[in-house]
Write a protein that binds this ligand. Structure first.
Ligand SMILES: [Zn+2]
Length: 223
């Protein structure tokens, strides 16, 4: 696993992402052993059925460790004993942390979610909490498919460019797009970090593009 040290140093109790050495965390057994290494019980974990949309839920509205979680691609909480989890394999995990008052979000941002700006939806959802403001947020875009490897059809690239999102030829720049969206949503540039690791060519993580796998890396955050 990797720990997002800057987020943990800023005050998050847990900001971690499983890698191949932790096994496929789409599978309950691997997921539970990964959580155990983080000192989190399975019944503390709130997960979603991710559908590449922009819906963001409050963890209070999701049953922890549910067999059939609700459809959404982002979760927020102000509770300290609740862990938020999303599965990724090339899509970007986006962490948003508001130290004071404490609140946290984790988002699943792939091509579709980014195209429809789940980053801004996450910022908006957090800002429904009293005294939470975009300027107080720390953001992190985790390992995902880099522009080096995210080649799409000419039509798809054109659609992305028309939406004002960054491309290099037919290559999409997911993390670059998310950074711009976060900044536009009011997050201060200096408070946005990008982990410069491509999950397709960089190794270490399950990659849909590299391995054609349905195996998933799990990103977990907890206040
Ligand atoms: Zn790459």
């Amino acid at each position: 696993m990797i720990r997002f040290v800057t987020m943990e140093k800023a005050g998050l109790a847990v900001a971690a992402m499983s890698d191949k050495t932790d096994g496929n965390c789409g599978d309950a057994n691997a997921r539970e052993s990964f959580l155990e290494r983080l000192d989190i019980r399975p019944e503390q974990l709130v997960r979603l059925r991710q559908v590449h949309g922009v819906r963001v839920l409050d963890a209070d509205d999701v049953e922890p460790n549910a067999a059939t979680p609700p459809e959404a691609d982002g979760i927020i909480t102000t509770r300290r004993n609740i862990a938020l989890g999303i599965g990724v394999a090339d899509c970007a995990p986006v962490l948003l942390y508001h130290p004071a008052p404490p609140a946290v979000a984790v988002l699943h941002a792939g091509r579709e979610g980014t195209r429809h700006n789940i980053a801004a939806a996450g910022v908006r959802a957090l800002c429904t909490i009293p005294e939470v403001q975009p300027a107080g947020l720390l953001a992190l875009v985790g390992p995902c498919a880099g522009a080096c490897c995210y080649e799409v059809s000419a039509d798809m690239a054109a659609d992305w460019t028309a939406a004002g999102l960054p491309t290099t030829g037919r290559h999409l720049d997911i993390s670059g797009a998310i950074c711009a969206q976060l900044e536009y949503a009011g997050v201060i540039r200096h408070n946005i970090r990008v982990v410069p690791h491509c999950t397709v060519c960089g190794g270490g993580f399950y990659s849909y593009r590299a391995d054609k796998t349905s195996d998933r890396n799990l990103v977990v955050v907890m206040l």
